[in-house]
Design a protein around this ligand. Structure first.
Ligand SMILES: C[S@@+](CC[C@H](N)C(=O)[O-])C[C@H]1O[C@@H](n2cnc3c(N)ncnc32)[C@H](O)[C@@H]1O
Length: 264
């Protein structure tokens, strides 16, 4: 399975196998809330594919990886991971930068920041600087993105644009009750999303935090609870879990359920 070039809060690295396993047959695959795209990079190509996010800099990165990966790779060769360079990139005015330089800047800031949030330089007395920025397989990334539509619109618009009977939407919106993204996703937005998804011709899989309001909103659909485990202490490898819901507008097959049990 291919990994994305960046990390992103709420990324589906731990759940993607399970999500991919429950995908029904489809001709068009759409991720309206792309983020780092763990699920997209983990799955086989579909006939038509669409990735979308409202974050302009994030989408510019994927467009450049699709259109000019060799240039991104060339510019990256001049970089080193250092606090000064991080600060310089962070304070740069991106208005007059080329799209390639903006993509490198974004890749740099996300991959060398604390918790991949792009806010402050990530460092530690017990670990060397994160090398993820240099360890990319640009050829594979380009190949994966080659025939994909890369969009930068609101998820609502994208769902309406690409909805057909053969479309599968994998929706991974920001959690309800968190305000950590640049663009907040409110309860009203979740209600609009539910209303749109309730009327599509295609199929959807939605992942979201286990929240009473969400359960209520999607009570007419298939809801599965999952516990996502993560390590809280590197030394002790302590594990803690949080509840997440996988919601669909179609029933999972018995065969898929059996495969799921093997993944647990
Ligand atoms: C939970 S993250 C997706 C994580 C992704 N599944 C992964 O594996 O990395 C949610 C994403 O939705 C985007 N987003 C927030 N509001 C949006 C909107 N109205 N339309 C489209 N994207 C939006 C955020 O920028 C963020 O990247």
């Amino acid at each position: 399975m291919l990994n994305p070039p960046i990390n992103r809060m709420g990324g589906k690295s731990r759940l993607r196998k399970r999500i991919i396993n429950m995908m029904p047959e489809h001709t068009c695959y759409v991720e309206p809330f792309f983020g780092a795209g763990w699920t997209f990079f983990g799955k086989e190509k579909s006939e038509v594919e669409v990735i979308n996010d409202v974050d302009k800099e994030l989408i510019n990165l994927f467009r450049m990886l699709k259109e000019h990966p060799e240039e991104v790779e060339r510019v990256l060769k001049y970089e080193i991971i250092a606090r000064d360079s991080f600060k310089e990139y962070k304070e740069m005015n991106i208005e007059h930068m080329t799209e390639i330089k903006r993509a490198v800047r974004y890749l740099y800031l996300i991959n060398s920041s604390f918790a991949a949030k792009g806010g402050s330089f990530g460092y530690g007395a017990l670990k060397k600087p994160n090398q993820k920025i240099f360890n990319q397989d640009f050829e594979k990334l380009r190949d994966r993105l080659k025939n994909t539509y890369v969009e930068n619109k609101s998820a609502f618009e994208i769902i309406e644009k690409y909805d057909r009977p053969g479309t599968l939407f994998f929706c991974d919106p920001p959690y309800l009750g968190t305000t950590s993204y640049q663009d907040e996703f409110t309860l009203e937005d979740h209600i609009i999303l539910r209303d749109i998804l309730s009327n599509i011709q295609g199929k959807f899989i939605l992942t979201i935090n286990d929240h009473e309001r969400i359960r209520e909103l999607y009570k007419d659909f298939y809801i599965e609870e999952v516990q996502v485990m993560y390590s809280i202490s590197r030394e002790k490898e302590a594990r803690k879990g949080y509840g997440e819901l996988i919601i669909r507008n179609y029933e999972n097959t018995e065969e898929n359920r059996k495969k799921d049990n093997k993944l647990l």
